[in-house]
Write a protein that binds this ligand. Structure first.
Ligand SMILES: [Zn+2]
Length: 413
């Protein structure tokens, strides 16, 4: 099919969207359910209405922009991602997936092409998780992984404002049933890789066949506050030295059992954190990720045993409380085949890969066949103003995504 896709229009829209919440260095700060998020939504709605899309918003704020197909009885094919950003976000994480989907619908509109099934462009609410935890909370509510009430009552990490109140303040609290999207025929999401592999290996695209199992926990190590000068070493219960040993042990376990996995401590809080005082309590976030559920479980049980041993030897208490857990995700093989065929037809050098990051597609895959397409990003940088992609990668991703989405919308059921 010779669709009049415009890679330039997609590029111009990426640049236009990035102007909402601009930060030094060319990135965007557009937190979920902020006034700026509302502006980004309004811009997307305007672009959608200009090409005749029907825009609906559900009670969790998820936006659906629908183009009818020839057969009104057919389930729609979804394509989308998110418009919210991290505080130090770039121009492409999220918006690339939404705006490439919009460009497909724009080209269909211009050429007057009617697909068999409807196509619905989705902008999920609050993917990033920097204000409302967990990440991908809007998609989780729509797919029934979290209840509507749980999502609406989720408190903001910074000031405790409820999701539902923040949503109402933006004016994007819709009336649609969040579960409506769960009955779709398929879900496609294009995204920047957020890692360095595709660029380093010279590929144009990654066909994402699944995602890492992840468990992130808050670890609390409790000892006793005492004087840094007067307390002999053997009488101390130093929570911070115990924590340092635990972190090293967790890293060593990963290197020994599964060096292809990931281990990260992202946040670290010391109490009381005062000069001259032996730290009495430390809390740190800690995650392991691995493609296999069984290996992840083994890593975690070894870490728990190591933490307990270190705590016992140093007369400390330790507890690990998971708060962000995903089992390994396996995307739909049929849709992956369609992306591979589309990549070959469009002369895009491609490889299969797993996603190390969480994405809205994880939740969609619980309810329907879902798949992701990665385009490279320079140096693997994301969540930073210097996040960048080439126009060529953007175009290849658009052409392949369009090809696979339209093939799915026109396929026999
Ligand atoms: Zn993203």
């Amino acid at each position: 099919m010779n669709l009049p896709l415009s890679p330039d229009r997609l590029w111009d829209r990426l640049m236009e969207m990035a102007k909402i919440g601009p930060i030094p260095g060319g990135g965007s700060n557009r937190p979920a359910l902020s006034k700026l998020d509302g502006e980004a939504r309004a811009l997307l709605r305007r672009w959608g209405e200009e090409i005749g899309l029907t825009v609906t918003v559900d009670r969790l704020g998820n936006m659906a922009l629908r183009r009818e197909g020839r057969d009104p009885a057919r389930k729609p094919v979804l394509v989308g991602s998110h418009l919210d950003t991290q505080p130090s976000g770039g121009k492409f994480d999220g918006p690339y997936g939404v705006l490439s989907g919009l460009e497909i619908l724009h080209a269909l509109h211009e050429s007057g092409t009617i697909t068999e099934a409807p196509i619905v462009l989705v902008n999920w609410t609050s993917e990033e998780g920097c204000r409302f935890s967990p990440s991908m909370i809007g998609a989780a509510g729509a797919m029934g992984i979290l209840s509507e009430e749980a999502v609406l009552n989720a408190p903001a990490i910074d000031d405790g404002e409820r999701y539902g109140d923040a949503l109402r303040a933006t004016g994007w609290d819709g009336t649609g049933d969040p579960g409506a999207l769960a009955g779709a025929a398929a879900y496609f999401e294009a995204h920047i890789e957020q890692g360095p592999v595709l660029e380093r290996e010279g590929y144009d695209l990654g066909i994402v066949t699944g995602g890492f199992a992840t468990e992130r926990a808050l670890v609390t190590v409790t000892g006793e506050t005492s004087h840094a000068g007067t307390t002999p070493m053997e009488m101390r219960r130093d929570a911070l030295l115990g924590t340092a040993e635990m972190m090293s042990a967790a890293e060593a376990i990963l290197h020994r059992i599964a060096p292809e996995g990931r281990m990260t401590v992202c946040r670290f809080m010391v109490d009381p954190g005062a000069d001259g005082v032996v730290p009495g309590e430390v809390r740190f976030s800690f995650d392991y990720r691995h493609p296999s559920n069984e290996t992840l479980d083994r890593l975690l049980s070894e870490a728990d045993a190591a933490f307990a041993g270190i705590a016992a030897r140093r007369n400390l208490a330790v507890k690990r409380e998971p708060y962000w857990t995903f089992r390994a995700v396996v995307f739909d093989q049929g849709l992956a085949v369609r992306l591979r065929e589309a990549a070959t037809r469009n002369n895009a050098r491609h490889r299969d890969m797993l996603s190390g990051a969480g994405h809205d597609a994880y939740h969609a895959s619980a309810r329907m066949p879902a798949v992701m397409l990665f385009i490279p990003c320079h140096g693997g940088v994301s969540h930073h103003p210097s996040e960048s992609i080439s126009r060529e990668w953007s175009e290849k991703g658009l052409r392949v995504l369009a090809d696979a989405v339209i093939a799915t919308a026109n396929s026999k059921e």
